[in-house]
Structures are given as structure tokens and as C-alpha cells.
Design a protein around this ligand. Sequence first.
Ligand code: NIG
Ligand code: FE
Length: 397
Amino acid sequence: MSSLLVDRIGELVTNVADSGTGGPLGIRRNVALLVEAGRVVWIGPARDAPAADHRIDAEGAAVLPGFVDSHAHLVFAGDRAVEFAARMAGRPYTGGGIRTTVGATRAAGDDELRATVRRLRAEALRQGTTTIEIKSGYGLTVADEVRSLRIAGEVTGDTTFLGAHVVPTEYADRPDDYVGLVCGPMLRAAAPYARWIDVFCERGAFDADHARAILTCGQAAGLGVRLHANQLGPGPGVRLGVELGAASVDHCTHLTDADVDALASTAGPDRTGTTTVATLLPGAEFSTRSPYPDARRLLDAGITVALATDCNPGSSYTSSMPFCVALAVREMGMTPAEAVWAATAGGARALRRTDVGVLRPGARADLMILDAPSHLHLAYRPGVPLVRQVLHDGVPR
Ligand code: NIG
Ligand code: FE
């Protein structure tokens, strides 16, 4: 079995909170890390590093767990740059453009969709993303949702069935029938290709009753629950997510005190696996010119926060987790350390994964070497391509 030593790491972010005095990021200094069979097998002082078949010299740079992007919509065709330009000229975002992308996606061939997914997955990997969740939701027929999930499943195990993204045009005057389709034939066909189920619970998309019905059917089919909630205005999504034991409620831009209290009631280190994470998607506020969510309020209430890109052609066409980290620090009241944790370990919690988002023996050897001495530089040097090298499953990419 061949081994790989990442040597001369100046700052290692482990996210293992009990590793000495490294704070919540579990920072260790002047260490080396040994990889075998795609896993971390040893971390220790560089001077004690064992011999290895291959060696990467980190030259004193910072090494972090790969980013865990727990919210992305990569299966689509076309783009909506014109819609973006209209927003930057003052038009509001309503989510109505989703139907434009549904039309383009239905018209596209499998190879075109596959090429887009692979291009965006590669783009994300270059920026340090080693784990990514990918949703369907631009097909909205049984066949188009299933093929979206099949194509997503070619690049990730974290696939999410989002048949309830919006009510498609052909069901506009009979939304109950569409909910019946999603809960019945569509879910039956999609469930074998999905780990998660998601609903866009928002005015103009699905209300609480429809969302509850769809998510409950998804749970019965063995899928984990996540939600698009409280993005465009206050609403029932966050509390519904808590009620159903969702792994994550995403966006969380417009929260009442009751929403915050509900999320806080799920928090606590002794309840890992039952916590509902608040996943914040600052690329969406950036690209829709909307007020950012208040991460500070959530963190101060003890709520687990994740950061993700929401990469999609409408509300957030970025695959860059470093960009989201920088936005979260500058605009959402997070410290650089909190934002880095949220983009790595937080994303892992949002996907209920314990094998990623941390660097310790037994974890996946998913990591990035920065062109910088510290994780602080991700927010301190926004817009700069600081990811020098990525290891995914222990393999340099
Ligand atoms: O998370 N809000 C719903 N879905 C996406 C937007 C999709 C689109 O505009 O195409 C989101 O922001
Ligand atoms: Fe989204």
C-alpha cells in the first residue's frame, strides 16, 4: 500500500477541538500528516514523521480540511446572466427564473447536463471543495428528476431530491396534483438515487402543509430531510425543519426569535446526529443584492452554522467556498475561525458526515494546502486563488 506524507505543515486546521490549545479549529503547528488508502493515518511533529513512498512539501503553509459544500444545484442547462444584470439594475429576486432554467434543462441532452456538472465540480475542487451535495430540481418531471439525480450521483454520494423546487408551469393551476406527483411516482422513482429530500418552502413555492407532506413521504422512503427556508421573507420553513428533525435548514435569512429558539433547542454536543444546522448561503444575498443573514445571532444562541455556495444559475452562480468565507466574515458577523469551521466541519454536520470536515486519524484524506501561512488569509485576501493543492481521497488533484 503506498503512503504519502504531507510534510512541513506550518498550521494544520484539524477541527478536532480537543487537540491541545488549538481553539475550536484544533490548530496544530509544525506538523506532518501521513495518508494511506485515502485516509489520514498519522499526524505528529514533523521531526517524528515516518518514512513514506511519496512526499509533498507544504513549505510552512496552512493545511485545512477540504471544504464541505452542503448546498449546490449543479444539474441545469443555460444561464441567467441577463436576469442577474436586471437585478443589479434594481429588479428584485423572486425565484420566478427557476422556471426558465427548468425549460432549458428539460431541453438539454444528458451529455450537456453531465458536462456542466463535471465542469462545476472541477471548478469547486480547484477551490478546495472536496465534498459537495448536489440537488435535482430543474427537471420537475419524473424522468427529468431521475436523470438529474443519476448524473449528480456520478460525482457525489450526497444527492438531494428537490422535485418540490417550484410548481412547474403545466401544474400552475393545480398545485395539489403536483404535490401528489412528487409524493407518489416521482419520489418512488427518485428515492433510489437520492440520500436527501429538500423542499423550497417559501411564498410562491411550497407552503408549510405541502412541504410537510412531501418531506414526510421522503422520510418514509428513507431519505434525510433538508429545507430551503426563510430565504425571501419570514415563514414556517425553519420551524418545520426542526419539527421534522431536518439535518439542515438552508438560507435562514429572515428569522424570528421563535425560529432562533427552535434551532437552539436542537443544539448541543451530546446530540450530534439530531442537531438541525443553520446553513447560510451568502452567495445568494450577494447575487440577489439582499441583506445578509445574521450569523452572529445564531452563533450566540449556540446554533451550529454551516456555510455553502448554493451554486445555481439564478440566485448564486459561484462555486467558490473561499468567496463565501470572505463574505461571511465581512458581512455576517463571523470571525475568520468561525467561517472556516462552518465551511468545513459545519458542512459535514449539515450532511451528518463524520468522515469529512476534520483531519484526524481515520478521517478521509480530503485537504487543501494554501498559498498562505494561515487560515486567516482566506478572508483577509478575498478574491485571491489561495488554494495551492488539493488532496481528495488522498490523491493529489
Ligand atoms: O437556493 N431558492 C430556491 N432555489 C435556489 C435558487 C434557484 C434559482 O433561482 O434558480 C436557491 O437560491
Ligand atoms: Fe438552493
